[in-house]
Design a protein around this ligand. Sequence first.
Ligand SMILES: [Zn+2]
Length: 100
Amino acid sequence: MDARLGDVIDDFCVKCRRLTNHSVVSLLNGAAAKVRCRTCYSDHDYRNEQGPPSKKDLKKAELFNAVLSGVAPPPPATDETAGDAGSKKSVKKSGKRAEA
Ligand SMILES: [Zn+2]
């Protein structure tokens, strides 16, 4: 799902301190890179609707890491669902140009 400039998407605004509507003002690899809050009009990096970690969370992470340092790390979760088939059939009509 490609974002386009001017698209309105939800994101967490640090100034409003909540999820607000944002306009896409910058793109990176077809995804929103920078957005502008529609409420306070401040620009910031798109943060995938995630608010900044609270101090409580940081403290928790600290404790978590402290515990982890004493034990073996858990096995990495390799639960990737390769389910993007189906879109291969559609023939691309112009649009994308091969980049040099
Ligand atoms: Zn805002």
